[in-house]
Design a protein around this ligand. Structure first.
Ligand code: B1M
Length: 211
C-alpha cells in the first residue's frame, strides 16, 4: 500500500513531477492501472475535495493538485485503454456550458476509450447545441455530459431538449454524471442514464454502443 499512499499524499500537496514518477514506478512494480487510479490518484483528489470543502485549502492549492492529478492520469492512460482494439462505437463527451471542471470528465473519457470506443472530447464550457451538432455530424451513439456545479446542471436538460428539437432523440442516448447529479435528476430531465463514477459510465456506454 506504501506507494499508493505516497501518490495520494504527493497529489494532495501538488507535487506533479513526483506523482508522475510514482505512478510510473507503481506500474513498473506490477500494480494495476485501476488500483493506482482508485487508491492513489482518486484517493488524493477526494481528500483535496474534503479540505477544499472545509476551507482548509483554497483554489490555488486545488488547481495545483488538479495538475498533479492530470499528470498522473496521463501516465495511466495507455494502460487503462486497451491496445489495438477496433472502435466499437463513437460517442461525444464534454463538461456543460459554464462549467470548467474536467478531471472527472477526463477520467470518464479515459475509461470509455479503454473499452475500445472512439471518444470526441469537446472539453469544458460546452453549449448544448454543440453536443447535438457534434453527435449529428459524427453519428455518435451516445452524448456524455459532465457537470460539477449545481448552477450548470440545467444545461443537461437543454441538451435533451436540443436533441429532441433536432429530431435525433430516438437515435442517441444521453448520459449524465458529476458530483451533484443524481438518478432522480436524470429521470426528471428525461436523460437515458445517470452513473455515479467513471467505471460504471464506461460500462453503460459500452452497453449502449453494443445494442
Ligand atoms: Co470546483 N467546486 N469550483 N474547482 N471543485 C467543486 C465541484 C465543489 C463541490 C467544491 C465545494 O465547494 N465543496 C463546488 C461546487 C458546489 C456546487 O455547485 N454544489 C465547487 C465550486 C463552488 C467551484 C467554483 C465556483 C469556486 C469559485 O470560483 N468560487 C469554481 C467554478 C469554476 C467553473 O467551473 N466555472 C471552481 C473551480 C475549481 C477549480 C478550477 C479550482 C478546480 C477544477 C480543475 C479542473 O477540473 N481542471 C476545482 C476542483 C478541482 C474542485 C473539487 C475540489 C474537485 C473536483 C474533482 O475534480 N473531483 C470539487 C470538490 C469535490 O468534488 N469534492 C469542487 C475529482 C473528480 C474525479 O471527481 O468530477 O466528481 P468528479 O468525477 C467523478 C464522478 O462525479 C463521475 O466520475 C468521476 C470519477 O469516477 N463523473 C461522471 C463525472 N462526470 C461524469 C459523467 C458521467 C458519469 C460519471 O456520464 C456522462
Amino acid at each position: 500500500m506504501g506507494i499508493l499512499q505516497d501518490i495520494s499524499s504527493n497529489l494532495q500537496i501538488g507535487k506533479a513531477k513526483i506523482v508522475k514518477t510514482l505512478v510510473q514506478q507503481a506500474l513498473d512494480e506490477g500494480l494495476s492501472a485501476q488500483e493506482i487510479l482508485s487508491d492513489g490518484l482518486l484517493d488524493g483528489m477526494n481528500k483535496v475535495g474534503e479540505q477544499f470543502k472545509n476551507n482548509e485549502i483554497f483554489v490555488p492549492e486545488v488547481l495545483i493538485a488538479a495538475r498533479a492529478m492530470s499528470m498522473g492520469t496521463a501516465v495511466l492512460k495507455p494502460h487503462l485503454a486497451s491496445e489495438g482494439v477496433q472502435s466499437r462505437g463513437k460517442i461525444v463527451i464534454g463538461t456543460v456550458q459554464g462549467d470548467l471542471h474536467d478531471i472527472g470528465k477526463n477520467l470518464v473519457k479515459m475509461m470509455i476509450e479503454g473499452k475500445g470506443i472512439e471518444v470526441i472530447d469537446l472539453g469544458t464550457d460546452v453549449p448544448a447545441e454543440k453536443f447535438v451538432q457534434t453527435a449529428i455530424e459524427n453519428q455518435c451513439q451516445v452524448i456524455c455530459l459532465s457537470a460539477l456545479l449545481t448552477t450548470t446542471m440545467g444545461v443537461m436538460a437543454d441538451v435533451v431538449a436540443e436533441a429532441e428539437k433536432a429530431g435525433i432523440r430516438d437515435k442517441v442516448k444521453i448520459m449524465i454524471g458529476g458530483a451533484p447529479v443524481t438518478d432522480a435528476y436524470c429521470q426528471q430531465i428525461h436523460a437515458d442514464a445517470y452513473t455515479p463514477d467513471a467505471a460504471s459510465a464506461a460500462d453503460k456506454v459500452a452497453e449502449y454502443c453494443a445494442a
